[in-house]
Design a binder for this molecule. Structure first.
Ligand SMILES: Nc1ncnc2c1ncn2[C@@H]1O[C@H](COP(=O)(O)OP(=O)(O)OP(=O)(O)O)[C@@H](O)[C@H]1O
Ligand SMILES: [Mg+2]
Length: 499
C-alpha cells in the first residue's frame, strides 16, 4: 500500500470542539467550535451575554464545560483541569475584571506572573522593580513600579494587566475586553505588542466590542450569538457593516441625531476648576446638551468627572449648577443636588455584586422613610430591564451573574431612572455591544429632551463623534480644543495630540 506523501499538517494551537455550558436551564454555550492557529490574532465577538466570557472562563478552568473537547497543540485537555495546569501549559489570561491585586504595587502585580527574583536573603526588591520597569518600558508605559494598583486609573490598570501577561512566556494569550477602557492610541500599542509575539508562534484570542480595532489588528473573527456559533471568517475583505450584521443578525440601525447649538443659562459652569491630573479648566454645559470631555486615557477627563461627583478631591476653582455655587464634596452630596454618575470603574464603584438587579436599580437614597413596596419595585425593575434590554430579564437574579455589558446597562438604567439634572458619564458604553450602544445613546438623548444635561468623559473617539453636541478635548489636563459642529474622529484625534 502506497503511503501518503503529504506531511500531516501541524495541529492548531487551540482547538475547541462542541463546547457546551448550561446555567440553570439556559445554554450560555451550545456546541461551539473554535480554532486558533499558531501566530494568529483571533477575535471572539458577539452581543452582550453571547457567551464570550463563559468560553474564556472555561478555557481558564475557572469553570468547567458540560460537554466538548479542548485541545492545545493537538493534545486534548482533561475535562477536570485546574487553572494552574493551564498556566503551566503556557496559556495566559487577562480577564474582564483584570484580576489585579489593588493593595499591591505595580511591580508586585507584575511579579505575580513573571516571578520574584530571589537571592540568599529572600526576594530581591531592587531586581523586582527593575524587571517591572523593563516590562513596562517594552510597552512604552510610564508608571512608577512602587505605585499601588488601587491608585491607578482603570486604563492604567488594564495596561498593567497586559504588561503582566506579556512578562511571561506564553503560547496562547487570551484577553477579555482588554481595550474597553483604553483610547485608540493605547489599544494600538497593545496590539503592536501582541503582533510582535506572532513571529514566535504565540497565538491570541481577543474578546472585543471595538469593531474598528478588530478589523485593523486581527486575522480572523469568530462570532457567537446567544451561545451558538454563527461563523468564523478572515478579516480580510470584511467590512464593519458586515460584521455588525453577523453579530446582531441584522444591518445596523440609525443613531440618534445631534442637537443644534444650545442657548440659555448653562446648567453646569466650570471656571478654573482643577484637581488631580486636570485643570485649571473652564467649560459650560447647557440644559439638554451632551458635552464630551475627551482625550487619551490620561488626559484628565475621567479625573474631572470623578472630582465633580465628589469621588476625588478637587483642588480649586468655581463650579456652578444652574447659576448657584456647587462645591463637590461627596457622592451623596452630589446625588442630593440631582447629579448622577456612571463611573468608569463599575467593579469598584458601580454595582453591588451580591445584591439582586432590582436592589441595585433602587440603591439610590430614598426620599423620606417610605417603606419599600416590593411589588412596585419589581414592576419598575422589570420595566427598566425591558427598556434597556438587560438580559436575562431576571430582576431577582444576583448582579454577579450578568455579563459585563449587561451589568453596564443596569448601571445606566439606574442613573437615568433617577432623572438627574446633571449626568456624569465615564466611558458609558465600555463593554456594551454595537447593537445595545445605539439604544443607550437614544436613551441618553431622550433624557436630554426632558432637561437632563450630560457631561460625558470618554476615550472612545467614535462615541464622542457619534453623540456629543460639543467636545472639549483635553491634552495633559488642559483644554486643547473645543469642537462644535465638526466633532469627528479625525478632529478629536488631532486635538487629543495637542495639535
Ligand atoms: N453564574 C451564572 N449563573 C447564571 N447565568 C450566568 C452565570 N454566568 C453567566 N451567566 C449567563 O451566561 C450568559 C453568557 O454570559 P457571558 O458573560 O459569557 O457573556 P459575554 O458574551 O461575555 O457578554 P459581555 O459582552 O456583556 O461581556 C449570560 O446570559 C449570563 O447572564
Ligand atoms: Mg464578557
Amino acid at each position: 500500500m502506497a503511503a501518503s506523501t503529504a506531511p500531516a499538517p501541524a495541529p492548531p494551537l487551540l482547538e475547541i470542539r462542541g463546547l457546551r455550558k448550561v446555567y440553570g436551564g439556559t445554554a450560555a454555550l451550545a456546541d461551539v467550535d473554535l480554532t486558533v492557529h499558531h501566530g494568529e490574532i483571533h477575535a471572539l465577538l458577539g452581543e452582550n451575554g453571547a457567551g464570550k466570557s463563559t468560553l474564556v472562563r472555561i478555557l481558564a478552568a475557572v469553570e468547567h464545560e458540560d460537554a466538548g473537547v479542548i485541545s492545545l497543540g493537538g493534545e486534548p485537555l482533561p475535562a477536570r483541569r485546574t487553572t494552574r495546569a493551564m498556566s503551566e501549559r503556557g496559556v495566559v489570561f487577562i480577564h474582564q475584571d483584570l484580576g489585579l491585586v489593588p493593595s499591591m504595587s505595580v511591580a508586585e502585580n507584575i511579579a505575580q506572573y513573571a516571578g520574584y527574583p530571589t537571592g540568599r536573603l529572600g526576594i530581591r526588591w531592587p531586581d523586582t522593580r527593575r524587571r517591572a520597569r523593563a516590562a513596562l518600558a517594552r510597552l512604552d508605559i510610564e508608571l512608577a513600579p512602587d505605585q499601588p494598583v488601587a491608585e491607578l486609573s482603570i486604563a492604567e490598570q488594564a495596561m498593567v494587566a497586559v504588561v503582566r501577561a506579556l512578562a511571561r512566556d506564553a503560547r496562547l494569550i487570551v484577553l477579555d475586553e482588554p481595550t474597553a477602557s483604553l483610547a485608540a492610541a493605547e489599544a494600538n500599542r497593545l496590539f503592536a505588542a501582541l503582533r510582535a509575539l506572532r513571529t514566535s508562534g504565540v497565538g491570541c484570542l481577543v474578546v472585543s466590542h471595538r469593531l474598528d480595532e478588530v478589523l485593523a489588528h486581527c486575522d480572523r473573527v469568530t462570532v457567537l450569538r446567544n451561545g451558538t456559533l454563527i461563523d468564523t471568517r478572515p478579516t480580510t475583505g470584511l467590512t464593519a457593516r458586515a460584521l455588525v450584521t453577523m453579530i446582531v443578525g441584522h444591518a445596523p440601525g440609525p443613531l440618534p441625531g445631534k442637537r443644534g447649538l444650545p442657548g440659555g443659562r448653562p446648567r453646569l459652569r466650570l471656571d478654573g476648576f482643577s484637581g488631580p491630573g486636570f485643570g485649571p479648566l473652564s467649560l459650560q454645559v447647557a440644559r439638554g446638551e451632551i458635552v464630551a470631555v475627551t482625550g487619551f486615557a490620561d488626559a484628565g477627563h475621567l479625573a474631572l468627572v470623578d472630582a465633580l461627583y465628589g469621588a476625588r478631591t478637587a483642588h480649586g476653582g468655581v463650579v456652578e449648577l444652574d447659576g448657584a455655587p456647587y462645591l463637590p464634596s461627596t457622592p451623596a452630596h452630589a446625588i442630593a443636588q440631582g447629579i448622577q454618575q456612571v463611573p468608569s470603574d463599575r467593579e469598584a464603584l458601580g454595582l453591588a455584586g451580591t445584591l439582586s438587579a432590582r436592589e441595585n436599580l433602587f440603591l439610590n437614597p430614598r426620599r423620606g422613610l417610605t417603606p419599600i413596596d416590593l411589588r412596585r419595585e419589581r414592576r419598575a425593575a422589570a420595566r427598566l430591564m425591558e427598556e434597556f434590554d438587560v438580559r436575562p430579564r431576571r430582576c431577582d437574579a444576583q448582579v454577579s451573574i450578568f455579563s459585563g455589558g449587561n451589568a453596564q446597562k443596569l448601571l445606566l438604567a439606574r442613573t437615568l431612572a433617577a432623572r438627574p439634572r446633571l449626568l456624569l458619564l465615564a466611558e458609558p458604553t465600555a463593554g456594551v455591544d454595537v447593537g445595545a450602544r445605539a439604544a443607550i445613546y437614544a436613551k441618553v438623548r431622550e433624557a436630554c429632551g426632558d432637561g437632563t444635561s450630560v457631561l460625558m468623559a470618554s476615550s472612545d473617539f467614535n462615541e464622542v463623534a457619534e453623540i456629543a453636541d460639543r467636545a472639549v478635548v483635553l491634552h495633559r489636563g488642559r483644554v486643547s480644543k473645543v469642537l462644535e459642529g465638526d466633532v469627528t474622529v479625525a478632529s478629536v484625534t488631532g486635538a487629543a495630540h495637542g495639535s
